[in-house]
Write a protein that binds this ligand. Structure first.
Ligand code: BTN
Length: 265
C-alpha cells in the first residue's frame, strides 16, 4: 500500500521479508529522496555484520528510508552516524529520556540497546544524483522481556520497558524521518561537524574499556576515545597505542550478564 505524507512516499506492509531489501530495489528503480518502507513485522529482518533482526509483530518500528544527499562518496559512510543521531533525538522527544549512541549505530536507553541501524548504499561510482543510501531502522517500542531471545537478556530493551510509555509506531516513524532528513540537510549545507558534535554528546562508549572484534576475529581491547572527524572510532590499547576502528563488533570489555535461574525465588 502506498501513502503520500507531506510529499514523501511511504510504502506500508503488514509483513515483508526485509524493509531494507525492498527499499534498495525501489531506490535502484529511481525512488525519490525521503521515500520510506514500513512493515508491522519482518520475516527476514537483517542486522549489521550478517546478524538477523528480531522483528516481533506490532512491538517495534521496522522501517527503511531512502536518501539521496548531495555528498561525496567519502562522506557517505557518515550518513549512518547522522541517522543514529536522528533516531536518538526522536526517541528523546517521544520518551522524554536521554538516549545514547553506541558507535557506530546502536541506540541505547539506560545502558541497553533499544534500536539499531543498518545503512546500505548504492555503488559509490554511481554518478551524482544516482547515489543513494537506505537507512534501515529497527526500534523496540513495546517489547517486553519475554520478546527477546535469552542471549539478549540484560542487553536489549524497549522504550516501554525503560519509560513505561507505549509509543505509536507511525508517530515515531514521522518523528524519526523528520529528524534524519533535517540532520542530512545540516550535513550537506554546514558540513559534518555540527552532526558529529551532537553525536559525541551521546557517546555511550566514551572513556569505557571496550573489546572490538575485527572481521578477522582478532580482538582489540582498549579505551574508547570516540569517533574522529571522519566518524571512525579511536581506541587506545593497553600499551597506549591508538587504533582506528573502521567497522566490526564493539562491546564493553568483560560484560557478561547471565539470566537469573528463577526470578521468583
Ligand atoms: C543492527 O543493530 O544490527 C541493525 C538493525 C537494523 C534492523 C532494521 S529493521 C528495518 C530494516 N530492515 C532490515 O532488514 N533491517 C533494518
Amino acid at each position: 500500500m502506498l501513502f503520500l505524507f507531506a510529499m514523501y512516499p511511504i510504502h506500508f506492509f503488514e509483513s515483508i521479508p526485509s524493509t531494507n531489501t525492498l527499499a534498495k530495489k525501489l531506490a535502484e528503480n529511481g525512488a525519490l529522496h525521503g521515500t520510506a518502507v514500513i512493515a508491522t513485522s519482518q520475516t527476514e529482518g537483517r542486522g549489521r555484520l550478517g546478524k538477523s533482526w528480531h522483528s516481533v509483530a506490532g512491538k517495534g518500528l521496522y522501517c527503511s528510508i531512502i536518501v539521496r544527499p548531495k555528498l561525496t562518496p567519502q562522506d557517505f559512510p557518515k550518513i549512518t552516524l547522522a541517522a543514529g543521531l536522528g533516531v536518538a533525538q526522536a526517541v528523546d522527544r517521544i520518551a522524554g529520556g536521554f538516549s545514547q549512541l553506541k558507535w557506530p549505530n546502536d541506540i541505547f536507553l539506560n545502558g541497553k540497546k533499544c534500536g539499531g541501524i543498518l545503512t546500505e548504499s548504492s555503488a559509490m561510482n554511481e554518478p551524482d544524483g544516482r547515489r543513494f543510501a537506505v537507512i534501515g531502522i529497527g526500534l523496540n517500542l513495546s517489547s517486553s522481556l519475554e520478546d527477546f531471545p535469552e542471549e539478549l537478556y540484560g542487553k536489549a530493551t524497549s522504550i516501554f520497558l525503560e519509560t513505561g510509555i507505549f509509543s505509536d509506531a507511525s508517530q515515531v516513524f514521522l518523528a524519526i524521518r523528520n529528524e534524519i532528513l533535517q540532520l542530512l540537510d545540516v550535513f550537506c549545507n554546514d558540513g559534518f561537524q555540527p552532526v558529529l558534535t551532537a553525536w559525541k554528546r551521546r557517546d555511550f562508549l566514551l572513556g569505557k574499556e571496550t573489546e572490538c572484534v575485527g572481521f578477522d576475529g582478532k580482538i582489540l581491547v582498549g579505551v574508547s576515545l570516540g569517533p574522529d572527524d571522519e566518524g571512525q572510532l579511536h581506541v587506545k590499547d593497553l600499551k597506549g597505542e591508538i587504533h582506528t576502528v573502521l567497522s566490526g563488533d564493539i562491546r564493553l570489555a568483560g560484560k557478561v550478564i547471565k539470566k537469573p535461574v528463577d526470578a521468583s525465588l
